[in-house]
Design a binder for this molecule. Structure first.
Ligand SMILES: Cc1cc2nc3c(=O)[nH]c(=O)nc-3n(C[C@H](O)[C@H](O)[C@H](O)COP(=O)(O)OP(=O)(O)OC[C@H]3O[C@@H](n4cnc5c(N)ncnc54)[C@H](O)[C@@H]3O)c2cc1C
Length: 506
């Protein structure tokens, strides 16, 4: 991969001279700390290469108009712009691969309106769900977009990634919950997208359904600035049973049967495989260890009114028990579910091949996989990691989850967690990891799945297979990118979209 040089000082000076009068001097940052603080995301990357992806400057706009000004200036100088919200995205979307200007939208964190009668609120994209729900809760409402990064990912990043929610089987995912938003296009014009022209509608058949185009594009088609969100009544009750199984096959049957039961308050079910159970027992101090006879775990969750959750919960318990599950008790059930909303608590260590503890960061490979393909994907993915671990002693297999994406058990967010000893990740080990990522993605496609249910698929390795996954639709993506971003300034380098600008002789 070619490394982009930093901008010449005189170009940085010109950008500052054009941006500071509009944004204010204190909101156009060129210091080393300001830039390096926004250089990376949690996904592991070789430490010796961090300096390759540091932006030239950072701006902190406070309004849609200020964002539009930044975008126009970037076009004038042909400089890359990268939208950044919480910086928790795991596919490098907010990483400034071509340096340029990072647009950090965290100052746009106001709640502009709460419409109690219609059940919506309108917010700046820099707010996070935790803060928002603190305010909404006082009115008896909840905004139920609930990723495991709940305390630190923000509304704009949820739009940029089209995020996946832990309770999506009950309330929908970001795409269902974000009703409309203002969007600064790559050339600086502003539009509002939603269902039709209304900002508070859940269904319109008027015109193209552009809302979905402008979600999940990883900042390559513009910057969302203000969003209107769908609210739900704050649930009275939560039920989150956790069960142990003696083998994977029975647990697999349970994770399929629970959503198929048609319980209206059902919000999700998760299957933890044997590798995951081993890892939790071995290295996650927050987990209450289970004996080695436990080979798989399943957790389910239900939300709603007290009487409905209680009745639905009894049915879920019966289904699991009939399949031979052992209920693990209230403490682990409630504790584990609470911990799912804040996975920054994952241990910061893993194991080398001989069991030595080593400092490791967490990486998550995710895919969307149909129920019937889960067992085969699991075997293939662990096989890939096993080979990688044999050749390079800087990786650890932290096991797999399969998590319902909808309320019928059709497809699952399927995830393998990998510990990576980042400081020891030399160029050879990184290249092997990129190959493994490509193989993991290839397995998902071979089983009729999608490379990502959750994070997006922009990282080295997986991104090579996106044209294969999308086929003719990828060609349409290239045309849209070129039409909306003629100067290729908006988060260039992501999703292989540079090929939209190739000429015959380039
Ligand atoms: C511990 C942990 C757990 C996680 N669990 C989940 C999970 O359960 N579900 C899930 O979906 N994800 C999960 N993630 C991944 C991540 O939190 C999500 O992808 C989240 O949506 C990113 O939000 P962010 O605000 O951090 O965005 P960022 O990382 O800042 O940005 C993400 C992408 O969106 C673009 N973007 C940012 N702001 C805007 C904007 N205003 N307009 C347009 N584009 C923009 C960026 O350029 C980038 O491409 C997890 C991550 C971590 C670290």
């Amino acid at each position: 991969m070619t490394v982009t040089e930093s901008l010449a000082q005189h170009v940085v000076d010109s950008l500052v001279a054009e941006l500071a009068p509009v944004l204010g001097d204190e909101h156009v940052l060129t210091s080393k700390t300001a830039r390096w603080n926004r250089a990376r995301v949690p996904a592991p990357f070789p430490v010796h290469r961090w300096s390759e992806r540091v932006p030239d400057l950072v701006v902190l706009p406070a309004s849609t108009e200020e964002v539009a000004h930044v975008v126009r200036v970037a076009n004038k100088y042909s400089v890359a712009i990268v939208p950044r919200d919480g910086g928790t995205g795991l596919t490098d979307g907010a990483v400034p691969e071509r340096r340029g200007i990072v647009v950090d939208v965290k100052r746009m964190n106001q709640i502009h309106e709460i419409d109690l009668e219609n059940g919506t609120c309108t917010v700046g994209v820099g707010i996070n769900m935790l803060k928002l729900n603190e305010v909404l809760g006082k009115h008896g409402f909840i905004y139920p977009d609930d990723p495991a990064s709940y305390p630190c990912s923000l509304i704009g990043g949820r739009i940029g990634t089209s995020g996946w929610s832990l309770v999506g089987s009950r309330y929908g995912h970001s795409r269902d919950l974000v009703l409309s938003f203002d969007m600064v296009l790559p050339t600086g014009e502003t539009i509002t997208v939603g269902d039709g022209g209304g900002q508070k509608l859940t269904k319109s058949s008027s015109g193209y359904q552009l809302k979905h185009l402008f979600m999940g594009h990883q900042g390559t088609l513009g910057i969302a600035t203000r969003a209107t969100l769908k609210l739900f009544p704050k649930p009275e009750a939560e039920f989150s049973p956790f069960w142990a199984f003696a083998d994977y096959e029975t647990a697999y049957r349970a994770v399929g049967a629970l959503p198929r039961a048609g319980v209206a308050t059902f919000a999700g079910a998760v299957l933890f495989d044997e590798w995951k159970v081993d890892y939790l027992r071995r290295d996650d101090e927050a987990y209450i260890p289970q004996p080695s006879s436990v080979k798989a775990l399943v957790c389910a969750v239900a939300y709603g009114n007290e009487d409905e959750v209680r009745a639905g919960g009894r049915r879920l318990m019966r289904i699991a028990r009939d399949l031979g599950a052992r209920y693990l008790g209230d403490e682990i059930s409630e504790g584990d579910w609470a911990a799912r909303h804040d996975r920054y608590a994952t241990p910061l260590h893993g194991r080398t091949r001989n069991g030595q503890v080593a400092p490791m960061s967490w990486h998550c490979e995710d895919a969307a996989i149909n129920y019937t393909r889960l067992p085969a994907v699991r075997v293939a993915w662990h096989g890939i990691l096993d080979r990688l671990r044999r050749d390079y002693d800087v990786f650890d297999d932290w096991g797999m989850f399969a998590y319902t994406s909808g309320n019928t058990g059709l497809d699952y967010l399927t995830e393998i967690d990998v510990g990576i000893w980042e400081q020891e990740l030399d160029d050879r080990a990184w290249a092997a990891w990129v190959d493994a990522k490509r193989e993991i993605a290839a397995v998902s496609l071979a089983h009729g799945g999608s490379i990502s249910a959750c994070h997006g698929s922009c990282r080295e390795g997986e991104v090579d297979l996106v044209p294969e996954e999308l086929g003719g639709a990828y060609e349409v993506m290239l045309k849209i990118k070129r039409a909306l971003d003629p100067n290729n300034v908006m988060n260039p380098g992501k999703y292989g979209l540079d090929r939209a600008y190739r000429t015959e002789d380039s």
